[in-house]
Design a protein around this ligand. Structure first.
Ligand code: 3PG
Length: 214
């Protein structure tokens, strides 16, 4: 793991974010995440302007680890890098796209859930994978089963992770960090309920710490 991956793993959670109005929301949202002890954001290309949000967050909080999610194309990788984004998350494993990220020197967390995915990720020399969609693909039981033939990987389960199951995932040494949109739900972003987002982050960090110390 490089320094950034270690830092993400230390915090233990990655907020998955969709911003429809980056000019209005990116700055206060980055403040809210940092205040909650989660200086990390995966800004998804599910909404246009993800790169604009990444740029705003990185300028406001240079210490923040901001990357792009739902990346499907090399053009989105380029836009992320140009905006100062530090990592790429893809829903599936696209070998060409991962190789492109490697050429450009940006960390990629591809979504993997099968032995075939893991094997391809192994050949690409990856160390940390997104496990997506986590709950729907078998959750922690599947992650543990996959770790038997592939003990070299740490994973970031994403998809169906929330405050109720975060402890269970976080307690496993296979887990680098858990991703989830639950920390930044649309409803709270639209309402500008930044304190509530801070609180969700704070609770998440607490749960991760407690689960790891058990
Ligand atoms: C993702 O894009 O990684 C997932 O859709 C996030 O899943 P969640 O909304 O269940 O957290």
């Amino acid at each position: 793991m490089n320094e950034m991956q270690k830092k993400i793993s230390e915090v233990g959670v990655v907020p998955v974010i969709k911003l429809t109005d980056p000019q209005r929301d990116a700055a206060p949202l980055s403040d809210a995440l940092c205040a909650g002890g989660v200086p990390i954001a995966e800004v998804t290309f599910r909404a246009a302007g993800a790169d604009e949000a990444i740029r705003i967050m990185r300028e406001r909080h240079p210490e923040m680890l901001v990357g792009a999610g739902t990346v499907l194309t090399t053009e989105q990788v380029d836009r992320t890098i140009a905006a100062g984004g530090m990592f790429i998350v893809t829903p599936g494993l696209d070998v060409e796209l991962v190789k492109y990220c490697q050429e450009k020197g940006i960390v990629c967390f591809p979504g993997c859930t099968t032995p075939t995915d893991y094997h391809a990720a192994y050949k690409l020399g990856l160390e940390v994978l997104k496990f997506f969609p986590a709950e729907q693909s078998g959750g922690l039981a599947k992650i543990k089963a996959m770790s038997a033939p592939f003990p070299m990987f740490k994973v970031m389960p994403t998809g169906g992770v929330n405050l109720k199951n975060l402890a269970e995932y976080s307690a496993s040494p296979i887990i680098a960090a858990c991703g989830g949109s639950y920390m930044c739900p649309d409803k709270l972003i639209q309402a500008g309920a930044w304190d509530e987002i801070t609180e969700l982050c704070r609770k998440s960090v607490e749960i991760v710490k407690e689960a790891r110390n058990k």
